[in-house]
Design a protein around this ligand. Sequence first.
Ligand code: ZN
Ligand code: ZN
Length: 267
Amino acid sequence: MDRFGVELGKRDCMMIIGLFGEDSPLILALHNDLNEKGFGSCRSTQDLPRDQSQHLVFRKRRLPPDWESLREAGMVMVCIGEPVEPAVPFDLVLSPRQSEVEALANLNRLVRQNLTGSQRPSWDEYFMRIAQVASMRSNCIKRKVGAVVVKDRRIVSTGYNGTPRGTRNCNEGGCPRCSGLAASGTRLDECLCSHAEENAITQAAYHGTSVKDGCLYSTLSPCLMCAKMIINSGITEVVFNIGYPLNDSTFQLFEEAGITIREYRLI
Ligand SMILES: [Zn+2]
Ligand SMILES: [Zn+2]
């Protein structure tokens, strides 16, 4: 591990960071700092190796004319001072008046983002997005909800809401309550649609898979009925994207049963 908190050598593709600006103590300090972190130096585009085995700093007073192709090749571009061409999409613009500590922190953050691939979703985002895709399979005309059950960061089951297996789909008139467009929270006993969480748990049962100690991701916070099923199935954590309005007793029940429940909002 280096000072970025990541292993520099473990990146599939080496990084080139361009530092552009007039010579100044600040640009020197940034350059030296990157060198200390294992970045090699390069002063002209001709010197850029074809097969990079090392991360590089490319330092220039001005942008080279072929900066667009360098950017396409993945160069991260940092401008120190006022950008001469304001239209250039620099990844970071640092003022020469900025303190060295502050500038280094900004640069380090940018490097770390690029090394770790900030585009990569976190586990929460990954599973919640999969739950969201599952919700798209829902045949319910009232609401589309998706759920996944995860154990050891692996999906063991998925579910979405809708009428039971082998019966007419909700969107084909299979559920009288949904077809009647009952107000939220009313005539619940007439609803034939199973909930996404319920279906994720029963699908696991269908395949003889245990969900004990699992974590359930749902695009909507569970209702009281699903909460009871979640507790008794042995699931220990629930993550939801959007909170259902009438859920106080559900939260209390989870708390009493020792189940962690938390919100994870997809952006
Ligand atoms: Zn329905
Ligand atoms: Zn439910």
